[in-house]
Design a protein around this ligand. Structure first.
Ligand code: NAP
Length: 248
């Protein structure tokens, strides 16, 4: 896809954080954007108004993508809104961090459901459309934690590692339809998800592990997503690390 203008992008969890930056990046390139949210209605609607006031096309659609029926509705309502979908970015994610000793089965299940199963649900629902038009770009947001593990994040690491395996398999199965599927693995990025980490932990335990010596910005991940979509016609099944060097 040499340019975004006129294309339609669905970004899950786009009311805030990384998803919001990705939606803004794609919209600024000319894509019409579906801003999916689960609970953040105000921020999602505010983003849509902002984009529209800048001459871009966007719509907010509520759906909890951890529920298969709602994920399918997100795709069908997106198709109704814009008449097609060209790009699907699976960004929605949560974390419930505890050592396995303290982690409950429900907390394990919830994170896997939101972070991993949702990716399958949206892809499954969008597939008939992508196959029919023989094109599509799917980006799944994983994490460096899925590549290297992290103390207190067994559920999150398993879900994010699962995304990488899912991405490679989907890439294999869908290449024949000219659909590319790639994963992006951010390192520590300044969003609400990271804001919960105490300042002394950031200073003493996190920054010293990052060769570039700082936490990343949502826009830096968003630009990588745009790269895969706009310049990535011959890239599929890959994992692009945007992590300041914390995992090599
Ligand atoms: P965040 O600021 O906490 O935002 C999470 C986003 O996910 C919100 O927009 C939220 O929407 C959405 N979401 C959560 N559950 C959802 C559901 N069931 N259905 C639909 N949307 C849902 O986190 P973030 O840092 O932007 O994270 C975005 C993605 O990047 C996640 O997949 C995360 O694992 C990954 N990531 C983040 C970092 C980091 O350091 N920040 C590093 C590596 C990977 P609502 O508010 O509407 O519920």
């Amino acid at each position: 896809m040499s340019e975004l203008r006129g294309s339609v992008a669905v970004v899950t969890g786009a009311g805030r954080g990384l998803g919001r930056a990705i939606a803004e990046e794609l919209a600024s390139g000319g894509a019409r954007v579906v801003v999916n949210y689960s609970r953040s209605r105000g921020p999602a609607e505010e983003l849509v108004e902002k984009l529209k006031s800048e001459g871009m096309e966007a719509v907010a659609i509520q759906a909890d993508v951890s529920e298969a029926g709602q994920a399918a509705r997100l795709i069908s309502e997106s198709l109704e809104a814009f008449g097609g979908i060209d790009i699907l970015v699976n960004n929605a994610g949560i974390n419930i961090d505890k050592t396995m000793k303290k982690l409950s089965v429900e907390e394990w299940d919830r994170v896997v459901q939101v972070d991993l199963n949702s990716c399958y649900y949206t892809v499954k629902a969008a597939l008939p459309h992508f196959i029919e038009k023989s094109s599509g770009k799917i980006i799944n947001i994983s994490s460096f934690v899925g590549q290297m593990g992290n103390f207190g994040q067994a559920n999150y690491a398993a879900a994010k590692a699962g995304i990488i395996g899912f991405t490679k398999t989907a890439a294999l199965e869908l290449a024949r339809y000219n659909i590319t599927v790639n994963a992006v693995c951010p390192g520590f990025i300044e969003t609400d998800m990271f804001a919960g980490v105490p300042e002394n932990v950031v200073k003493e335990k996190i920054l010293p592990r990052i060769p570039l010596g700082r936490v990343g910005k949502p826009e830096e991940v968003a630009r990588a997503v745009r790269y895969l979509i706009v310049d990535g016609d011959y890239i599929t099944g890959q994992t692009l690390n945007i992590n300041g060097g914390i995992y090599m």
